[in-house]
Design a protein around this ligand. Structure first.
Ligand code: ZN
Length: 189
């Protein structure tokens, strides 16, 4: 029997939950990390993204974060579990952790336009989710300037991901506008 899309999506959700078990978000509320990847995948599904993009949304941080949380994940393991297409999308949205952070951030901006459509959809949904997180539950150690920098950077990455899914772009633009308003309100405090 071939696996249904529902079964596949839930299997990827369970796998992401396993990898991110001991990981928390950086925000003040310290939500379980898996909340983030489910939010990203749900946004992709709501925007009509194809199933491989939704699966990659669930799995997008497994390779990048697996090492540091004690459950290393390779492209090969993802390919065996979820197919080569999904694994390749995850690799596309995975930063090279051997590079310094500033360089990684610069590369995200630079390489966005060269990525596959599915990878650009995942990036748009991911950045929108991070903007919402900064609005609702910002990392306590981040000052206003750092938040502003993050917003500008996310905007630059998203610029390179446009043209693949209007609903995701709209959701990103809404999240960015809300984040900017929230920061302005903080300036006035
Ligand atoms: Zn993410």
């Amino acid at each position: 029997m071939t696996e249904s899309n529902e079964a596949l999506v839930l299997r990827a959700t369970a796998f992401a939950a396993e990898v991110h078990t001991h990981q928390r978000r950086k925000g003040a509320a310290q939500e379980p990390y898996v909340n983030h990847v489910i939010e990203v995948a749900a946004a992709l599904a709501a925007a009509g993204a194809p199933v491989p993009a939704i699966l990659a949304g669930l799995l997008h941080d497994t390779i990048e974060d697996g090492d540091t949380v004690g459950r290393p994940v390779t492209e090969r393991e993802l390919a065996e579990r979820f197919g080569a297409e999904v694994a390749a999308i995850v690799v596309e949205v995975t930063d090279d952790k051997t590079l310094p952070k500033a360089e990684r951030k610069r590369r995200q901006v630079e390489t966005a336009t060269k990525k596959s459509e599915a990878a650009r959809m995942v990036k748009l949904a991911d950045k929108a989710a991070n903007l919402r997180a900064i609005t609702v539950s910002p990392p306590p150690s981040w000052d206003l300037a750092r938040k502003r920098d993050y917003l500008d950077w996310a905007d630059a990455v998203a610029a390179g991901c446009r043209g693949v899914n209007p609903s995701l772009e709209e959701a990103f633009d809404t999240a960015l506008a809300l984040a900017r308003t929230a920061l302005e309100d903080q300036t006035l405090d």
